[in-house]
Design a binder for this molecule. Structure first.
Ligand code: GDP
Ligand code: MG
Length: 175
């Protein structure tokens, strides 16, 4: 959409969180409306883009994906450089991925700009029978840390657009 229009802003957004929480699939869902069932762990792809209109401004979201460097402190500072927003993803069926969110926030506070807008994402919300992280736990954490929060499913697409749009809108409000 909007390919012919002049771009008003380019917003760099980084996607972080433990391995296998669905970061790459969330990105594919938002950028290309695709979900890939046989995706291997990410190799090589640096970022995907999608151009959207928010408050009459044409915004190109340049969304960066980790290339299998999700071990704690393995993501380099170059990855965070210039990032205006972060999608911090955990898996609602894996308690450990939620327990690690605090580390990822610490990592962001250490490497990214102070003004970075952080969206906490509980992904795989479609797997209701395997749920391991209650919504209230994440709501409480997000409120304490000043993060925005959505539960999503990259698989069926639930809440993916609202989460990305909210993040981009909040970035727009601070730039
Ligand atoms: P990443 O390592 O964080 O980039 O995770 P991937 O995007 O590669 O996804 C890891 C695994 O979780 C893959 O097998 C995906 O098919 C699966 N997955 C990702 N998102 C969802 C989701 O929303 N629902 C379900 N059921 N599976 C998902
Ligand atoms: Mg990946």
């Amino acid at each position: 959409e909007n390919h012919q229009e002049k771009i008003d802003y380019v917003f760099k957004v980084v996607v972080i969180g433990d391995s296998a929480v669905g970061k790459t699939q969330l990105l594919s869902r938002f950028a290309r409306n695709e979900f890939c069932f046989d995706s291997k762990s990410t190799i090589g792809v640096e970022f995907q883009t999608r151009t959207v209109t928010i408050k009459s401004k044409v915004i190109k979201a340049q969304i960066w994906d980790t290339a299998g460097q999700e071990r704690y402190r393995a993501v380099t500072s170059a990855y965070y450089r210039g990032a205006l927003g972060a999608m911090l993803v955990y898996d609602t069926t894996k308690r450990q991925s939620f327990d690690h969110v605090a580390r990822w926030v610490e990592e962001l506070r250490g490497h990214a700009d102070n003004s970075i807008v952080i969206m906490l994402i509980g992904n795989k919300a479609d797997l209701v029978d395997l749920r391991a992280v209650p919504t209230e736990d994440a709501v409480e954490f997000a409120e304490n840390q000043g993060l925005f929060f959505f539960e999503t499913s990259a698989l069926n697409g639930d809440n993916v657009e609202p989460a990305f749009f909210k993040l981009l809108e909040e970035i727009y409000n601070v730039v």
